[in-house]
Design a protein around this ligand. Structure first.
Ligand SMILES: *Cc1c(COP(=O)(O)O)cnc(C)c1O
Length: 373
């Protein structure tokens, strides 16, 4: 288990506990966290993260797919697991077998779920403006008819915000409109005598930027892992989050690269002066974006070492000219802190023109995952 051989992820469960505490303080009384542990818990490792959260008292989880949900059940997760995406009818038996909660993605899908002929637990998705999943919030009568389907046990109604991370006036207006669409469809259901379901609307940024909303669950993903999507994101709520994940790999060998010589595939980097370089055992198959070639950096002995040349599938090269003690077997940190320096997932994402959610969720299967704190 604690091999730390080639390239690995270190997980700080105390930081996860800290982040849970921060959100429990922030969320209104009666609102429970429903952590998003899809995509292998954003690369952190879903069974371990979910089991840790369960030990901290969390009972509800959401995932993207049936297979992710079954993996959690097999890891001993006993509470509610909501599948946020589409499950094909061929897999409806597993919904019942594993006691999973399925999202109703629209009215025709509700009918198919009902036609399965056995009771299924569902949350009804409402499209309040993102125009991805959910029956459109204006279709009040169609939405109401979902409650006529006798095999559906409807325990929740939810929607999703699409610009809650934005701070511009138009983003805030759009989010306010989504909130209004959501509360008004709920109100019309109540008026028609339909109740007894939980409501949820916010993901991480919905909570961080609209902390005063009062719903039953908050589907927190990225922020629970102690990351923001981008490093400069401003949020309304003053929470202090600590990163759960560090990403590290071994230096394999150190050697000179003399002035005028080039390195790696395509000979894409040429030394202008004599350099000392190191090959490191991590590459794009492990989730280091190839776009960081000649752009990103690692920390070695607490100092910055630039990624030079093209990133390979399993390896990459860094410039350790200014780090005299760098040697084979040393750690190179790609996400995480060392000494006075830290590389956050958000910074890596910014450098690769994406968001930390993508960087983390694509961290590779072959990385070892070890608990550090
Ligand atoms: C992924 C997802 C979340 C979590 O989003 P974060 O921004 O990572 O907190 C919440 N709700 C839905 C529907 C999602 O797909």
């Amino acid at each position: 288990m604690e091999q730390k051989g080639r390239a690995w992820i270190e997980l700080n469960i105390e930081h996860l506990r800290h982040n849970v505490g921060q959100f429990q303080e922030l969320l209104p009384a009666g609102c429970a966290m429903m952590p998003a542990v899809k995509a292998n818990a954003y690369g952190h490792g879903a069974p371990l993260i979910a089991a840790s959260l369960q030990q901290m008292g969390i009972r509800d989880f959401c995932v993207a797919s049936m297979n992710e949900a079954i993996e959690l059940r097999k890891a001993g997760i006993t509470g509610q697991i909501l599948i946020l995406g589409y499950t094909p009818p061929g897999q409806f038996p597993e919904l019942a077998e594993y006691r999973l909660t399925q999202t109703v993605v629209d009215y025709p899908y509700a009918v198919r779920l009902n036609d399965y002929g056995r009771p299924l637990r569902v949350h009804v998705g409402i499209d309040t403006g993102m125009h991805r999943l959910g029956e459109r919030s204006g279709n009040t009568e169609t939405i109401r008819r979902i409650w006529d389907l006798k095999n559906l046990t409807i325990t929740g109604v939810f929607s999703h915000l699409c610009v809650s991370d934005g701070t511009s006036q138009s983003d805030r207006d759009y989010t306010r409109a989504q909130i209004k669409n959501f509360t008004s469809i709920v109100r019309s259901l109540h008026k028609r005598g339909i109740s007894g379901f939980k409501m949820h609307l916010q993901g991480s940024y919905g909570v961080l930027n609209y902390p005063d909303l009062r719903f039953d669950y908050a589907r927190i993903g990225i922020a629970l892992y102690g990351a923001l999507s981008l490093p400069h994101d401003k949020t309304k709520a003053a929470v202090r989050l600590k990163p759960v994940l560090s990403l590290k790999a071994r230096i394999e060998c150190v050697k000179p690269l003399y002035a005028g010589e080039s390195v790696g595939y395509g000979l894409d980097y040429t030394a202008r002066t004599d350099k000392k370089i190191a090959a490191v055992s991590i590459g794009y198959a492990d989730g280091i974006p190839r776009g960081l070639s000649n752009r990103g950096y690692a920390l070695v002995h607490g100092k910055k070492a630039a990624i030079i040349g093209r990133i390979c599938m399993d390896q990459l090269m860094i410039d350790v000219s200014d780090i005299p003690q760098a040697a084979a077997g040393d750690e190179a940190i790609f996400i995480g802190a060392c000494g006075p320096n830290e590389i956050t997932a958000g910074e890596v994402a910014q450098c690769a023109d994406t968001i930390s959610n993508e960087i983390l969720s694509r961290l590779g299967e072959r990385l070892e995952r070890v608990v550090s704190g």
